[in-house]
Design a protein around this ligand. Structure first.
Ligand SMILES: [Zn+2]
Ligand SMILES: [Zn+2]
Length: 297
């Protein structure tokens, strides 16, 4: 049994939910995670996976017995609320509604969403469409669950490269359920400094000005294979990328991140069976826990 200290940063990771959604709980425990993120549907497919009431109830029971912290659902990657095709917009909205519905059934805090792509035209021409889509999603789903828009690296015209884009959407929708997920790799690749305490302070001041730090709901903790401002979304193991261990020390030590769940989406260390790594693993969890215990015990 592990106990989670109130207000303490939770170190977690994205784990597979294959073979029954409740299996994710065991997989989170196996890597020593204190929080977890899952897909509730295959991320590259529109068709939603069916989950029985028994399976979601079993998830909740196992989660409670494991003394695990926050649960987050990552939406499928195909969704794009700024799509120019009405059919794709319907499907995108449907995918987020499904993620929020299954998320609520397993007791998740929320769903993390890549808002979409403005195809290099900027957010402005799509602001009304995305606002209306987000309102429709929140209106058709239950009260108790958050939708967190993720900060993006800017690859492919992704909305969320600039904090101002997410701030504009939060103000336009004006719902306490609409929040933000800060991905350390994406934010750094988008050009926000995260390697030093001064850099993290400047970045979080920019976040506060554009969005408001009170709207930071959760963190994706990934080092970056791409240098500062490289605009490419390539995750690296903690300490092995351009953000580095000192960067994560500065991030976890900053007051804006107190009490947040830090969810790893890293490649993982190579193993004999998986030379390219098998995703978030004990080693990355331990690296981040060691930093947390040092700077924010
Ligand atoms: Zn992420
Ligand atoms: Zn990414």
């Amino acid at each position: 049994m592990t106990t989670t200290k109130a207000g303490r940063i939770q170190i977690g990771g994205h784990v597979s939910s294959s073979g029954g959604i409740f299996n994710a709980v065991t997989r989170a425990q196996e890597i020593g995670a204190e929080a977890l993120q899952i897909f509730v549907s295959s991320p590259q497919m529109w068709r939603a996976t069916a989950h029985t009431a028994e399976a979601t109830a079993k998830f909740r029971e196992m989660h409670a017995a494991a003394s695990l912290g926050e649960v987050w659902v990552h939406n499928i990657y195909l969704a794009n609320l700024a799509t120019e095709t009405p059919e794709q917009l319907e499907r995108s909205i449907g995918s987020v509604v499904n993620a929020l519905t299954v998320g609520a059934a397993v007791g998740a805090q929320g769903v993390v969403l890549h808002t979409g792509s403005h195809h290099g035209q900027g957010l402005a021409p799509f602001l009304d469409q995305v606002r209306d889509a987000l309102k429709a999603i929140l209106d058709t789903t239950g009260d108790g669950i958050t939708l967190a828009l993720e900060t993006m690296a800017g690859q492919g015209g992704s909305i969320g490269k600039e904090f101002e884009e997410l701030g504009a959407l939060l103000r336009a929708v004006d719902s306490p359920r609409l929040q933000v997920c800060l991905d350390t790799c994406h934010t750094f690749a988008a050009g926000y400094e995260l390697r030093t305490p001064e850099g993290v302070e400047a970045t979080m001041r920019a976040f506060d000005d554009a969005i408001g730090v009170e709207h930071l709901a959760v963190v994706h903790a990934n080092d970056s294979k791409t240098p500062l401002g490289g605009l490419r979304d390539r995750h690296e193991n903690i300490g092995d990328g351009h953000i580095g261990s000192d960067g994560f020390r500065a991030i976890l030590g900053h007051p804006a991140f107190a009490g947040k769940a830090f969810l790893l989406e890293v490649p993982g260390l190579p193993t004999e069976a998986k030379p390219k790594g098998d995703g978030p693993d004990v080693e990355n969890v331990n690296r981040l826990k060691a930093i947390r215990d040092e700077v924010a015990p």
